[in-house]
Design a protein around this ligand. Structure first.
Ligand SMILES: Cc1cc2nc3c(=O)[nH]c(=O)nc-3n(C[C@H](O)[C@H](O)[C@H](O)COP(=O)(O)OP(=O)(O)OC[C@H]3O[C@@H](n4cnc5c(N)ncnc54)[C@H](O)[C@@H]3O)c2cc1C
Length: 566
């Protein structure tokens, strides 16, 4: 056991080993190498990436249909060797409107066409990129969660990693090691959606001032292995997107089914975390989705082998936080770089990482990463194809605040007005998702929907409960550690939330982390139990809790899902 906190100096630190950070770190290393080959005036920089997962892809979860645009810029010589499952079979692409039992095939609107894209596993893609990043001279540190941004006089001077070897009750265990202080010239936050440090900096430095609040969705996904010779095989590269059931007219989202190699099928749904009904349950919606005759047919005779869930930042252009500040930049999902209309963020994440790298490189060549020089990153984003892609859909998600029909009409209006909203408005406002949750009426029913939801009983073959799904996410945490879901006032759960919202945490969490249990010793005989070891790191609780009293903090490094196994 050592109580001594170590300090490490790294010039440029990328937090999170997602596509944004890996692309950024690689591009920076390459710019540096090229400069040092060509110039007598050498620039020596240490570059590192910190990742909380055990491996580069342990926490990587995506669909994924990948637009290869950024990948081709980053690896012009060999991007086609990336481990894609298959090119999208454009002539077999389907866009279906579902009712509970039927489907109608819709024409694919041009912006939603996936022609030229690839069905891929993000985990496999990152595994392919990581050795190239390391070979370029970047250090990759796994099992190191960044727990705190180090801010001195308003400048981000680095990060503190999480402690190891602390018991559930806060005692230091025999293997205790305090987190390391990593001091940097520039810290790049590529933590994905609802990043821990990004949230801290937003609170301290008001990065969202003057912006629309970020709004999120939760994506839930399973992978199935379907033996050859079934009635309705999904060909590798086949892509189906759905609208309608089970989301209905008040909830944003849709479903997806993608064909991979070896009879594997990806099936999933996206549910906007700005729904109104506190009794809505995204995990149950996902299970119901698979019972639709069109979807069940595709999975018939197969076996579910993998499950995962993760938040998606859907707000678009107007919800992007300030992207730079003194000593830091935000990239990828942390910077709101996702096209909600296309459900695509991987290529935008990578491109933003590359633009961050160029900004840092130019700033350091000029003599230092001043806030003014780092602020050029925003200009680079604005003059890149990131803006070209996100600007025409800048009002896409906001219109769904008024229901799905309005949202779809807005998508159509946007096509002919260059993305303007109702009344030819350049910018439509929106509300933070949790604030749209409606209170129950006095009968324990949502005011908006008087009928009780039909109880859902999974059959264990096509449909599963949360625990069976969590098992297939490979999630594991050190049991004897402090709970990493900080509920700042648990009395609210019993004294207010039960009556006002019916404890929606039991439903919006896709991993059975939150449970209201009977306890005679507790005031009012009930209390909140947090099953932290089930947590799949999706961040939904931090986003959707109506009282905003849940803070997700990284658990001990290496804990969490094992998405890399697929
Ligand atoms: C179900 C689903 C389907 C999707 N489908 C598609 C699709 O088809 N096509 C597409 O292009 N995009 C899709 N997306 C979106 C896409 O996955 C993201 O936009 C993209 O992964 C963002 O990349 P990123 O590098 O910003 O963040 P991430 O990929 O989220 O990576 C962030 C990394 O940072 C790590 N991390 C976070 N916090 C810390 C910390 N404090 N310390 C250390 N490490 C940390 C995480 O463990 C993670 O590995 C989908 C997303 C979901 C959830």
């Amino acid at each position: 056991m050592s109580d001594q906190r170590e300090t490490l100096d790294i010039d440029v630190l990328f937090v999170g080993a997602g596509p944004a950070s890996l692309a950024g770190a690689y591009h920076l290393a390459r710019l540096l190498a090229r400069h040092n080959e060509q110039s007598a005036d050498k620039l020596e920089l240490s570059i590192a990436v910190l990742e909380k997962g055990k491996e580069v892809n342990s926490h990587a979860l995506s669909g994924a249909v990948v637009d290869p645009r950024a990948l081709a810029e980053l690896f012009p010589d060999d991007w086609r060797q990336a481990p894609f499952e298959a090119p999208v079979l454009h002539d077999q692409e389907k866009f279906l409107y579902l009712t509970e039992k039927r489907s109608v095939s819709l024409p694919i609107p041009p912006p939603l066409s996936n022609d030229g894209c690839y069905v891929a596993s993000l985990g496999k893609l990152l595994k392919w990129m990581a050795p190239k990043v390391e070979a370029a001279g970047v250090d990759l540190f796994f099992e190191f969660p960044a727990a705190q941004a180090l801010v001195e006089d308003g400048r981000v001077v680095g990060v503190r990693t999480g402690d190891k070897g602390v018991g559930r009750d806060g005692r230091k265990k025999a293997n205790y090691e305090p987190g390391i202080d990593i001091r940097t010239q520039v810290t790049v936050l590529g933590e994905g959606p609802r990043g821990t440090l990004a949230k801290q900096l937003d609170e301290q430095l008001d990065l969202s001032a003057g912006k629309n609040p970020q709004v999120y969705a939760i994506g839930l996904k399973e992978i199935w292995e379907v033996p050859a010779g079934r009635l309705a095989p999904m060909a590798p590269g086949q892509v189906i997107h759905t609208l309608g059931w089970p989301h209905g007219f008040h909830t944003f989202g849709g479903g997806f089914v993608y064909g991979m190699q070896g009879g594997q099928v990806i099936v999933g749904i996206v549910v906007g975390l700005d729904y109104e009904d506190p009794l809505l349950d995204p995990h149950t919606m996902f299970q119901r989705f698979k019972t639709h005759p069109d979807i069940a047919r595709l999975l018939d005779g197969g076996k579910m082998t993998f499950y995962g869930a993760k938040a998606i930042p859907e707000g678009g252009w107007w919800s992007q936080p300030r992207l730079s500040g003194d000593g830091f930049l935000l990239v990828g999902d942390s910077g709101g770089m996702l096209n909600g209309q296309r459900l695509k963020g991987i290529h935008l994440a990578m491109k933003s990482g590359m633009l961050a790298a160029e900004t840092i490189f130019e700033s350091l060549l000029e003599g230092g990463a001043t806030p003014e020089r780092l602020a050029r990153y925003t200009g680079k984003v604005e003059s890149s194809w990131i803006k070209e892609e996100l600007w025409p859909v800048r009002n896409f998600h906001q219109a769904f605040d008024h229901g799905v029909v309005t949202g779809l009409l807005q998508a159509g209006v946007g096509l002919v007005t260059g993305g303007r909203g109702w009344g030819f408005k350049n910018r439509l406002a929106t509300t933070a998702g949790h604030a749209r949750l409606k209170k129950l009426n006095g009968n324990g029913r949502p005011a908006a929907r008087p009928a009780a939801p039909k109880p859902f009983v999974p059959d264990g073959k096509l449909t599963f409960d949360r625990l069976a799904d969590v098992y297939n996410s490979g999630t594991a945490h050190e049991e004897d550690q402090p709970v990493h879901l900080l509920v700042h006032d648990t009395s609210v759960c019993v004294e207010r939330c039960t009556a006002e919202y019916g404890n929606p945490c039991e439903r919006f969490c896709p991993a059975a982390v939150y449970e209201m249990v009977e306890d005679p010793a507790a005031p009012q005989g009930r209390r909140l139990q947090i099953n932290a070891s089930n947590c799949v790191h999706c961040k939904t609780c931090d986003i959707m809790d109506p009282y905003q009293i849940i803070t997700w903090v990284p658990p001990e490094g290496g804990g969490g899902p094992n998405y890399g196994k697929m």
